[in-house]
Ligand binder design. Structure first.
Ligand SMILES: Cc1cc2nc3c(=O)[nH]c(=O)nc-3n(C[C@H](O)[C@H](O)[C@H](O)COP(=O)(O)OP(=O)(O)OC[C@H]3O[C@@H](n4cnc5c(N)ncnc54)[C@H](O)[C@@H]3O)c2cc1C
Length: 377
């Protein structure tokens, strides 16, 4: 009898427990394949800190290929582009190989829409994938040797303030000309967030010289220049589009049921509403029982349920339901070892907020990196 095949698209935050337990699948004789465009998965919560130089890339990434192969799975460095849910096949971007599955789990994350970018350029870095923040850091350091450069951050949300604050830190911590940083925040900075968060973020950023432009939106982004809807045009040597994220486009292209945002439509069991052998977690899903914010917290909470349900489907056992849980803790890293802590009505800024985030994030990533250290090289 041919062994049943489990395929994972993306080794993101919601697949960490499944990856940690991959040997339980292979020991039972199941074939496991993991598809991901990079050998590493980067922990997004620490991405802005890597940009600012607080963390080294090795501190914030998980060696997916190494772990998968050490546990008897197959790792394919490629991107899944479409799924044929009836034929049970995943198609790849660079390879002609058809990846067949009996059970499929999708954790392909989200991307920053590029609609306003008129021409692609090596000086434009979207907030995702997190790897692009590392490339941006290198470019800023190189360009700022001779003169101060203009850095534009497009968008007024959490990732925008984190990027701007950490670029400021990068300039301060290195022997370079400090960049002139502008956030093009749209209507207003952190629209929809509590007034206290908005005030703390604004105070920290403006005190450190970050300019915030509000009341107008960016019309087009082209290499070296930002044009606003009010008709004005501004120089920008480095541009970070950070205008929010959309779920991976794979599902709509594959004819799978999707939610209003294009995410894989899943039920309480994190299972496609039409195909019971397809599961998903993290930013790439639309959780039908209640829409979820695109934050890593939910991806992390989905881990044990996804792991259980993948194994249960292979073994014809009962599935478990995912309960999103109540309010979650969010801490923004503003650079300069400053943060903003937000949980329920407790909101405060400063060094303690950053220290708490640093502690929690390091604890999370270290727990999973421990798997890599146990692998003989
Ligand atoms: C700058 C920034 C900072 C953030 N900080 C925080 C924070 O502090 N706390 C918080 O809770 N949330 C934070 N978020 C939100 C958080 O990033 C997301 O909610 C979280 O990354 C979702 O995890 P995920 O595993 O679904 O997606 P991702 O982290 O994006 O992981 C997806 C994985 O799938 C892979 N992949 C992508 N496309 C494909 C494909 N086609 N085929 C195969 N593999 C693919 C990717 O390489 C990646 O490894 C932040 C977001 C940004 C942009």
């Amino acid at each position: 009898m041919t062994p049943k095949r489990l395929v994972l698209i993306g080794g993101g935050h919601a697949h960490m427990v499944t990856l940690a337990n991959l040997h339980h699948f292979t020991e039972k004789g199941y074939e496991v394949t993991v598809i991901q465009p990079s050998d590493y998965h980067y922990y997004s919560g620490m991405g802005p800190g890597m940009l600012g130089g607080t963390y080294h890339p090795d501190d914030i990434r998980f060696a997916t290929r190494k772990v998968v192969e050490s546990k008897g799975g197959r790792f394919i460095k490629d991107k899944a582009v479409t799924i044929d849910p009836d034929g049970q096949i995943v198609y790849l971007q660079d390879s002609q190989e058809e990846i067949c599955y009996d059970v499929l789990s999708c954790n392909a994350g989200s991307y920053v829409p590029r609609d306003t970018i008129s021409t692609e350029s090596s000086a434009i870095f979207t907030a995702k994938p997190i790897e692009s923040l590392l490339k941006a850091q290198k470019k800023i350091l190189a360009l700022s040797q001779d003169k101060p450069i203009h850095v534009a951050v497009v968008g007024g949300g959490p990732s925008s303030i984190e990027i701007a604050g950490n670029v400021q830190q990068l300039g301060k911590w290195n022997d370079i000309h400090e960049p002139r940083i502008t956030i093009y925040a749209g209507r207003t900075l952190l629209a929809g967030k509590p007034a206290k968060i908005r005030k703390l973020a604004r105070a920290s950023l403006t005190r450190r010289g970050v300019r915030i432009v509000e009341g107008t939106y960016v019309e087009t982004i082209e290499p070296g220049r930002i044009t606003l809807k009010d008709g004005t045009s501004h120089p920008a040597d480095i541009i970070f589009p950070a205008v929010g994220v959309k779920p991976s486009p794979i599902f709509g292209k594959s004819g799978l049921p999707v939610g209003p945002d294009g995410g894989l439509l899943v039920n309480h069991q994190l299972q496609s509403t039409k195909y019971p052998n397809i599961f998903g977690g993290g930013d790439c899903i639309y959780f039908k029982p209640q829409p979820l914010d695109k934050v890593g917290v939910y991806a992390v909470r989905q881990n044990p349920i996804l792991y259980h349900n993948l194994m249960a489907t292979l073994e014809d056992q009962e599935l478990q339901s995912f309960e999103p849980g109540g309010s979650y803790l969010l801490i923004y890293n503003l650079g300069n070892n400053e943060g903003i802590f937000c949980k329920w009505f407790l909101i405060f800024g400063g060094g303690l907020a950053f220290k708490i985030k640093d502690y929690i994030d390091k604890k999370f990533i270290t727990a999973f990196q421990a798997m890599e250290r146990d692998i003989p090289s």
